[in-house]
Ligand binder design. Structure first.
Ligand SMILES: [Zn+2]
Length: 320
């Protein structure tokens, strides 16, 4: 057993591990198990390495069996712990998007940019020191390329919209995507008899609504049965969720444009987004108190608003 670390086992050798960030079941890392090798998808932060190792060994597997650590993109809740984790997995290669490579081999710019988003105090608390990954241990996955883990075939597509250094990983065996942040956020604490609740994440600094909608549509072309979200865990009912997610992305763009010229733009987008999320959650049948619901959404509302503002000020120029 892995102590009190949440590890959810799904069919087909997929295990979601709580990476231990912020609050329970906020962010996941995954094990992808085969007879002869194991892949880890998402590295979490520096503290996640110990949790991943603990769950891995509790399942009778050894660190030496891990052949790949795959990070969907280099935002720090996904890749901040990559350097530390790679030190503990001697035979693994780090698999990353072409635009993410330089940030993994030299995380100094990534760290500086994240400090401007989170502030020093929160950054130190959440991420500590980012460790570089040696260049010869990095494997770059271009659009359309594939990778074999044991006998398992994984393929990669470029999925801009949340970030331009983002790919998603198709697992043929379970007809599932490892979605990173491209397929939004679905916290298990908001599950109701109506199923999972979903909303987009527009974290700074490369939110691009039309690109995100296209990426979601591309993923749906595979007729997936499973979506493995970093925030948090597996969801099914994929058709409904994809529609709600696309509506959400379009709504974020509308919110941004509605308040763009307002003096209190940031505050007004935050207030409107919180109201929209809470109304949707109530419509979905979520029954916890307003305070609890606000607490669940607050961190994402702040980050999403920052991301929308980056798009308003800089990102939209790319469309013209
Ligand atoms: Zn992200």
């Amino acid at each position: 057993m892995a102590g009190n670390i949440t590890a959810l086992e799904y069919e087909g050798g997929v295990v979601a591990i709580d990476s231990g960030m912020v609050r329970p079941q906020m962010a996941a890392c995954y094990l992808l198990e085969t007879d002869t090798a194991v892949a880890v998808v998402e590295a979490g932060n520096n503290d996640s390495a110990g949790r991943i190792l603990k769950v891995l060994t509790s399942r009778g597997r050894q660190p030496e069996e891990v052949s790949h650590v795959i990070v969907t993109h280099v935002h720090l809740d996904h890749a901040g712990g990559a350097g530390k984790l790679m030190q503990k997995l001697p035979n693994a290669r780090l698999v990353v998007h072409p635009r993410g490579v330089r940030h993994m081999t030299d995380p100094s710019r990534l760290e500086a940019s994240a400090r401007t988003v989170y502030g020093d105090e929160k950054f130190d608390e959440m991420y500590g020191t980012l460790l570089p990954v040696p260049e010869d241990r990095v494997l770059v996955m271009e659009e359309g390329s594939s990778l074999t883990v044991g006998k398992r075939e994984l393929s990669f597509i470029d999925t801009p919209g949340h970030a331009r250094h983002h790919f998603c990983v198709w697992d043929e065996q379970t007809a599932g995507w490892f979605t990173g942040d491209t397929f939004g956020i679905s916290y298990r604490e908001l599950d109701t008899e109506n199923g999972p609740f979903i909303f987009p994440t527009s974290t700074p600094i490369q939110f691009d609504p039309p690109a995100l909608v296209s990426s979601v549509r591309r993923m749906m072309e595979k007729a997936p049965r499973n979506m493995y979200l970093t925030h948090f865990g597996r969801v099914q009912d994929v058709q409904r969720l994809s529609k709600e997610l696309i509506n959400g992305v379009e709504h974020f763009a509308v919110l941004g444009e509605r308040f763009d010229a307002h003096e209190n733009r940031q505050q007004e987008i935050q207030t409107a987004m919180m109201k929209w999320l809470m109304e949707r959650a109530r419509g979905h049948g979520v029954t916890c108190s307003d305070d609890t619901l606000r607490e669940i959404f607050m961190g994402d509302v702040v980050l999403n608003t920052q991301g929308i503002e980056f798009w308003l000020d800089r990102g939209r120029q790319r469309d013209t």
